[in-house]
Ligand binder design. Structure first.
Ligand SMILES: [Zn+2]
Length: 317
């Protein structure tokens, strides 16, 4: 399968737009690819570079097999320059070197492409230097800037580029990507309930507390769904220790919601209507608990009240 097949699935709007320009030979001189990390900006930048140089392409699409396409994929094409931050920032010397490279004509053709990764990390002199370059392009060049923080790119640079927005991944695609990155499919499912950012999901999965939080909430869910009174004791005994801060407390309620939703789906499949109604009510209670936590009500109070309501103790008094 071609490498490009995955982002044709995950970024159909971007690809349709670029293909249309390629077909009509109406590429812009400069693009600004904007979107979360993990949305495929760099992969698409390389694909567009291949399309730009491809010897055998059809309908604007690169063949991904010719000499040019292969060298671009391997990072050894002499007329393709990729600039990334040197430490914390992209420095003015890096942009000057780039300009010097471009002042020479292309090694093999008159065309050149440069790709600037993490473009928001340009310091202001680098940004100004780049701006001049974008204003006075020499020869046939294609510039592709990539950023996950559009707000930190100078408006003057934005206005010189065609801005292409990369959508956050759908839950399904995010889950597939996480599995491809080596995360178990169970964890991938859970992580997509917590965030729609690939980078954030990976970050959460790498927290040393992630598994303990997940297992504790799973145990709590188990007690709650069986109406086991231990659900109440478990808050003191375990949850308060495992969830000492707001971040983990929020994640815990989202996870609880996730486990109840999974449970709900099973019941819907089995057509157990009465049970489905009950679970829906419980999901409402969890939503209310999330709102209380957001309004700074103490976690212990929020979870104890939630547990009492799910167990139905409040109606028995
Ligand atoms: Zn090719």
């Amino acid at each position: 399968m071609k490498e490009s097949a995955t982002f044709f699935e995950t970024q159909p709007v971007v690809l349709t737009q670029l293909l249309r320009s390629l077909k009509h030979e109406r590429l812009a001189h400069a693009y600004l690819f904007e979107g979360d990390n993990g949305t495929g900006k760099h992969e698409v930048a390389l694909w567009l570079t291949q399309a730009f140089f491809c010897l055998e392409g059809t309908e604007g699409q690169p063949c991904e097999a010719c000499n040019n396409c292969r060298r671009i994929a391997e990072g050894v094409h002499p007329d393709v320059i990729i600039v990334e931050p040197d430490g914390q920032s992209i420095k003015v010397e890096q942009i000057r070197n780039l300009q010097a490279e471009f002042a020479k004509s292309g090694f093999e053709s008159k065309s050149k492409v440069f790709i600037l990764k993490d473009a928001e990390k340009m310091n202001s002199s680098a940004a100004n230097s780049l701006l001049k370059f974008l204003e006075e392009p020499s020869g046939k060049i294609l510039a592709i800037l990539e950023t996950a923080a559009l707000g930190r790119i100078l408006p003057t640079i934005q206005s010189r580029c065609q801005v292409i927005h990369f959508q956050a991944l759908s839950a399904d695609n995010l889950q597939k990507k996480l599995v491809a990155a080596g995360i178990s499919s169970q964890n991938a499912g859970i992580l997509t309930a917590l965030t729609n950012s690939f980078e954030k999901a990976v970050e959460i999965s790498q927290k040393e507390w992630f598994n303990e939080v997940k297992e504790s909430v799973c145990q709590w869910f188990d007690y709650l769904s069986k109406k086991d009174p231990q659900a109440f004791v478990y808050i003191q005994k375990k949850l308060l220790k495992v969830l000492p801060d707001k971040e983990r407390q929020n994640i815990a309620l989202t996870l609880l919601m996730y486990f109840f939703q999974q449970h709900l789906q099973e019941l819907v499949k089995k057509n157990q209507k009465q049970e489905v109604i009950k679970i829906n009510q419980q999901l409402h209670l969890i939503l209310e608990a999330e709102q209380k936590l957001a309004a700074n009500v103490a976690f212990q109070g929020v979870t104890e009240q939630l547990t009492i309501r799910i167990l139905g103790w409040n109606t028995q008094i």
